[in-house]
Design a binder for this molecule. Structure first.
Ligand code: 3HC
Length: 322
């Protein structure tokens, strides 16, 4: 039974009060500090899903490495996909500071019981998708993760600082691809517009359900795990992105998008939350394909794990014999 579903022990109220005083004082909680079991589980839930998202997120872009239009684009895409792998491993390390065995998390992903970001269950149909993913998906990640860099759990906050540096490169290389296509032939502009039409709304869903339908946000805000709500971050992303789309000469697929001079926000249309629920329930366009690819990679990598285990056993025997 995954750790997060076991019944919660009752925490000592004095310890909880001391913990919450530390949170209120803006202190960073470190692995060896006392923390409520619920806090530990919330972080395990968020960080494991984040790590899974990074690993699964490699698949849509990996699909285009062999088809990149130039050596420069290929190198940039390979570097980005490698970065995502590193982000995943880095955040799995972070979950281990919470006492989690990363192989339990791997198994939850492989057996289909773990969540990962819905955005990676959409297909990448054209080269323009590589630009749009860098621009919109990594752009959304930057908005989310720059705030997560202020989270109360020390290891996660520090991981975000490092990861955001690389995400900024991801966004820049993506936006440059989009700008190249926007200045290209009519067919290239059309390819770009089609990619934006397919990825705009799923990118908004990356920030999670609206605040009124987010069961975790209130508790996460109380413990300063989240520092902004889903809707606040979504709005921030839209406000940043609309001018970038205008610069590209691209139309965002939302007829209700209009600037509100009073709030200084871009008001936007209704998100299709039934699509979101379908995708996170496993019925998105690519859910099955993504899990199959992860399972195949895990099986093909068995010999590496076995070799590493045999080498470690040999070394420990040699040490014991010395
Ligand atoms: N995809 C899949 N599941 C989602 C989701 C999404 N886009 N948004 C929300 N959910 C799930 C939540 O996990 C939760 O389910 P659970 O309780 O079973 O875990 C449920 O929907 C309700 O959502 P909540 O708003 O209550 O959940 P959270 O408070 O955890 O907020 C979140 C969701 C904003 C994604 C938050 O978990 C978070 O900030 N996580 C860390 C960042 C992260 O995981 N980003 C994913 C993208 S990875 C990435 O950007 C890679 C980059 O290289 C592109």
């Amino acid at each position: 039974m995954p750790e997060t579903t076991r019944p919660l022990p009752t925490d000592d109220p004095t310890q909880v009060a001391a913990f919450e005083a530390r949170i209120a004082a803006g202190e960073s909680i470190e692995p060896k500090d006392w923390m409520p079991e619920r806090y530990r589980r919330q972080l395990t839930r968020m960080m494991s899903q984040h790590a899974h998202s990074e690993i699964v997120g490699m698949l849509p872009e990996g699909n285009w490495i062999t088809r990149a239009p130039s050596l420069r684009r290929k190198l940039s895409l390979i570097a980005k996909v490698q970065d995502e792998a590193g982000h995943g491993l880095y955040i799995y390390c972070g979950t281990e500071t919470l006492g989690v065995d990363r192989f339990d998390l791997y198994n939850q992903l492989l057996d289909g019981t773990a969540k990962y970001s819905s955005i990676f269950n959409y297909p990448t149909l054209a080269w323009a998708d590589m630009g749009v993913i860098g621009w919109l998906v990594d752009g959304a990640a930057i908005v989310n993760q720059t705030i997560l860099a202020k989270t109360s759990y020390g290891p996660y906050a520090r991981a975000m600082v490092r990861i955001c540096k690389e995400e900024n490169f991801h966004k820049r290389q993506g936006y440059e691809i989009c700008m190249t296509l926007a200045k290209g032939t009519p067919a290239q502009r059309e390819m770009l517009q089609d990619a934006v039409n397919r990825f705009w709304w799923p990118s908004l869903m990356m920030f999670g359900p609206s605040d009124t339908h987010s069961p975790n946000t209130a508790e996460l805000l109380k413990w300063r795990v989240k520092r902004k709500t889903n809707d606040e971050l979504r709005q921030r992303f839209i406000n940043l992105t609309v001018p970038q789309a205008q610069e590209l000469g691209i139309t965002l697929p939302d007829p209700d998008l209009r600037y509100n001079a009073e709030t200084k926000n871009w008001d936007f249309g209704t998100i299709d939350w039934s699509e979101f629920q379908e995708v996170i329930a496993g019925n998105g366009p690519c859910n099955r394909e993504r899990l199959e690819a992860r399972r195949a990679a895990h099986d093909e990598g068995r010999w590496v794990r076995d070799a590493a285990a045999a080498h470690a056993a040999k070394r420990s025997q040699a040490t014991a014999a010395a």
